[in-house]
Each structure stands twice: as structure tokens, then as C-alpha cells.
Design a protein around this ligand. Structure first.
Ligand code: C2O
Ligand code: CU
Ligand code: CU
Length: 488
């Protein structure tokens, strides 16, 4: 029952209509009654899994199609949303290290978009950033070989200036990467290996997406939480321990997660892969774009709510319930908690590593410059390990994401943290120092992005571009974007 797909027929048949799509257009004509108390009783949707076998040519072919379709974010109140291969969110893609991916993205939306593989290590021309626009009615076919450690990555649009609106309307999905190492972690998708895509929404009385993702200082902070697109969700646990793959796919909301009974869980992975060993915790912070994997033990009959708490640190105020876990009276046994995990090698900057400094001083620029699609801000030798210092000089929270790379936090105002990441929280008036490992891909023309992942800020220009190039050629690279983009 948890495998109910949300690839609805309605979405696939009658989807061209987009008239009256007020979502995210700032229509505040309807009243906003406070959401009623939740009983957390709706079965959690599990996004369908897409895990194609290799074809005779060795390629694994994936197809994503963007749709405008009908969803019931509130039961009985159909509304227009956007999704991949369905009306809201997208399938969970799954591939293993060494797999050759042939992807096709078709865009049936009335406007251009892109699809960015957030957390994927790949050439810039395949990255799906703002230069890889897919026209309305067009398609895009990137291909690459998966070559990175096991991780929970995700995909979402990245058209400059409209990312916040496209994601808010529902375009996002998970991309799981497996490695052949035996981790003894739960891997039965939807049974003991559970994706949890966390999003907050503002909904109208008629159940439509409301609010302007570009309004106010942070964009939308919704008062209703969707998990995998499910409002008021419950998950029935059937095993003694589950692995939760958490993704913050919200536009601006930061989560400070804890179970209502403050039970201890174990974090086993960050954005970029496994930790060296499970880390016991009772709370977990997740800013937009970040992922974490945790193991949670359950006793028969347990009934516990996962919440987000007001930790006083960030822009989201108040506590909110996210999802209820109800454990069956009989639970299948789970593998023991592993003592160690096959984590990727620590990222150690070499002596004399290049240091770059990025100052966040507003909500629409980095180092005082707003994003310019035609300007290449940084040129990095392929394969380098550099130190990036990100200073949040403002009085409010931001975060910082770098495309393609894996980094490790050297210190966040003195606090060391482990694990490979690609997105990091940058609290007000703090500096984080990152050891950043860049990939082997060189392309003097097509850039990767770095930016604040609060989508309102990203769209407003809190973003910059870098290219990775053949070492030794840095000074001969054009600082103007010389590409032609890509649109069919
Ligand atoms: Cu998930 Cu450039 O972002
Ligand atoms: Cu990204
Ligand atoms: Cu920001």
C-alpha cells in the first residue's frame, strides 16, 4: 500500500491545460485559514522507482517528462501542480557506480526549464544549470558515467530567475547512487529504506499552491508540510530499524528535526556519501538542498512523530509535525547497527592549497556581485583540492551549495564536522571553511554554479559561476561566457 505511485493517469492524459495556474504567482485573493491540527493519518506516498537495466549497448536509459497535472495536495481539492512523469515531484532514479546513464528530459511545460543533478559528479555541459535550458516542447539528452560513492542526490530545475517557482510548483526528485560495497544498511526501497522529501507549502482554501516564491526577504515559508507530496502523512514501519533518506526540498525552510519522544537515532550519511561510522544524535539540522540518511530503531507498536523544532537560529519559527511512524505489532528483524561504514576518503587540502573567499553580504549577490550569466567568476584547475571560505556577513541565515564537488567542512567557526557534502548551512555572522575537491572534468566554456540554496536568494542573484579547466590553462580562459547555451 505504501508503493502507491503518484504517476496519476490524470496527470498523463489531460495535462496541457495550464490556464488558471495561479500557483506561485502571488495571488493572495483567497483567505489563509490556519491549518487545522493534524492527525498524521494519510499513508505516505513513496515516489516510484526508476532503475532501468542496461540495454545491449550498455547504457541505462532514463526518461523524465515535465508535466502540468492535477494533484490533491489537500484531499478532495484537486489543483494544478508540476511534476516529472506525473503531477507532483518525480520518480526516484537509481543507478550504481560505473553505470553509464543516457538521460532524456522532455519539457511539456508552457515555459523553458532545466534539470540539474544536484550532488552528481559530472561534466558541466551535463549539469543542467541555467545555461542548459530546455525550451517548451523541447528535450535535452545528457549522458554521463556514474563515478562517485554511494549517496542520496536529487534533481530539480535551475532556470535562472525562476528556479524558486518551478521547484515550488513541484519539480524535484531523488537520484540514489549505489556502490557495490556491502554496508549492511537497509536497502528495500519503500519498506526499510524510505525517502522523505520535506517541503513546506502555503495553500489556498481550495487546495492550490499559494504565495509568491520571490516575495519578502526569504520567499515562501509555508505553514503546511508535505512529505513526498503527502499532507498529514503516516508511515507504517514493518522492520525493527529503518533507514530514512531525508531531503530538504523546501524553498527556504530550515528543519531542526527531532522525534517527539527525543529518541536517539544514528546518522549514517551526509549529502555526498556515508560517514565513517554511525553517529548517535537526537536532533538533525537540514537546510534547503541538504540530505542526510539516518537509521531509526522501532519497537513493536511504537507510535512516534517526527517534528521540526524552533531552534531559535533560523528564519522558521514554531514547531511543526512532519510525519507519524506507527510500528506494526510484529517487526521483521533488522541488521545490526554497523560499527563502521565504507566512507569516502577524507578531503585533505594540500599544503599551500589555493584559498578563495566568498562574502555573503546581501540577499542578491556574492562578493558584492549579483549573478551574471555572461560572467565567469572563478577558474579552477580540474582535480584541485582548494579551501573555500564562505563568510556570511549578514544578520540572517543563508547556506552555500557548490555544483559537482564534494567538500568537507574544515570548521564552522571552530566546530569541525565530518562527512562529504555539497551544501552547507552558513548561520548569520559566521564563516565556514570548506575543503573542496573538484572533479576531473575540464571545460573552459560551460560553467558550474555556486549559490545560496534559499531559492529566493538564488533567483535574486546570490550565485556565481566557475569553470574547471585543464591545469595550467587557468589564465588563458575567457571570463566571459562564450557558450551558446542549449535549447531544442
Ligand atoms: Cu540544488 Cu544549483 O542547486
Ligand atoms: Cu547543485
Ligand atoms: Cu540566502
Amino acid at each position: 500500500m505504501n508503493r502507491r505511485t503518484f504517476l496519476t493517469l490524470a496527470a498523463l492524459s489531460g495535462t496541457t491545460a495550464t490556464a488558471g495556474l495561479a500557483a506561485g504567482c502571488g495571488s493572495d485573493a483567497e483567505p489563509h485559514p490556519a491549518p487545522p491540527p493534524l492527525d498524521l493519518s494519510t499513508p505516505l506516498r513513496i515516489p516510484p522507482l526508476l532503475n532501468p537495466a542496461p540495454e545491449p549497448d550498455g547504457l541505462r536509459r532514463f526518461e523524465l517528462i515535465t508535466f502540468a497535472g492535477q494533484s490533491e495536495l489537500l484531499p478532495g481539492k484537486p489543483t494544478t501542480t508540476w511534476g516529472f512523469n506525473g503531477a507532483y515531484l518525480g520518480p526516484t532514479l537509481r543507478a550504481g557506480r560505473g553505470d553509464r546513464i543516457a538521460m532524456t528530459v522532455r519539457n511539456t511545460l508552457p515555459e523553458a526549464t532545466t534539470v540539474h543533478w544536484h550532488g552528481m559528479r559530472l561534466p558541466a555541459a551535463m549539469d543542467g544549470g541555467p545555461h542548459q535550458l530546455i525550451a517548451s516542447g523541447g528535450h535535452w539528452s545528457p549522458s554521463w558515467t556514474v563515478d562517485q560513492p554511494a549517496a542520496t542526490t536529487w534533481y530539480h530545475p535551475h532556470p535562472h530567475g525562476t528556479t524558486s517557482r518551478h521547484v515550488y510548483r513541484g519539480l524535484a526528485g531523488l537520484f540514489l547512487i549505489d556502490d557495490d560495497q556491502d554496508t549492511r544498511l537497509p536497502t528495500a526501497y519503500g519498506t526499510d529504506d524510505i525517502p522523505l522529501i520535506l517541503q513546506d507549502k502555503k495553500l489556498t482554501e481550495r487546495g492550490g499552491l499559494d504565495g509568491d516564491p520571490m516575495s519578502g526577504p526569504f520567499g515562501i515559508l509555508g505553514d503546511r508540510i508535505l512529505v513526498n507530496g503527502t499532507y498529514n502523512p503516516r508511515f507504517t514501519v514493518t522492520t525493527a530499524r529503518v533507514r530514512l533518506r531525508l531531503l530538504n526540498a523546501s524553498n527556504a525552510r530550515m528543519y531542526h528535526l527531532a522525534f517527539a519522544d527525543r529518541r536517539t537515532f544514528h546518522q549514517v550519511a551526509t549529502d555526498g556519501g556515508l560517514l565513517p561510522a554511525p553517529v548517535a544524535a537526537t536532533t538533525l539540522d537540514l537546510t534547503p538542498g541538504e540530505r542526510a540518511e539516518i537509521l531509526v530503531g522501532f519497537a513493536p507498536g511504537d507510535n512516534v512523530v517526527l517534528r521540526t523544532l524552533d531552534n531559535g537560529l533560523d528564519i522558521a519559527k514554531g514547531d511543526l509535525d512532519l510525519i507519524r511512524f506507527v510500528a506494526a505489532e510484529r517487526l521483521s528483524p533488522a541488521p545490526e547497527l554497523p560499527a563502521a561504514l565504507p566512507a569516502p576518503e577524507p578531503i585533505v587540502p594540500p599544503a599551500g592549497a589555493k584559498v578563495r573567499h566568498f562574502t555573503l553580504s546581501g540577499r542578491d549577490s556574492i562578493n558584492g556581485r549579483p549573478m551574471d550569466m555572461q560572467r565567469i567568476d572563478e577558474v579552477v584547475p580540474a582535480g584541485a583540492v582548494e579551501i573555500w571560505e564562505v563568510e556570511n556577513a549578514t544578520g540572517t541565515s543563508h547556506n552555500f551549495h557548490i555544483h559537482e564537488v564534494a567538500f568537507q567542512v574544515l570548521d564552522a567557526d571552530g566546530r569541525p564536522t565530518g562527512g562529504h557534502k555539497d551544501t552547507v548551512f552558513t548561520p548569520a555572522r559566521t564563516t565556514v571553511r570548506l575543503a573542496v575537491r573538484f572533479g576531473p572534468f575540464s571545460d573552459p566554456v560551460e560553467p558550474y554554479m555556486y549559490h545560496c540554496h534559499l531559492l529566493r536568494h538564488e533567483d535574486a542573484g546570490m550565485m556565481g559561476q566557475f569553470v574547471t579547466v585543464e591545469p595550467g590553462t587557468e589564465s588563458s580562459v575567457s571570463r566571459r561566457y562564450a557558450g551558446v547555451g542549449h535549447a531544442h
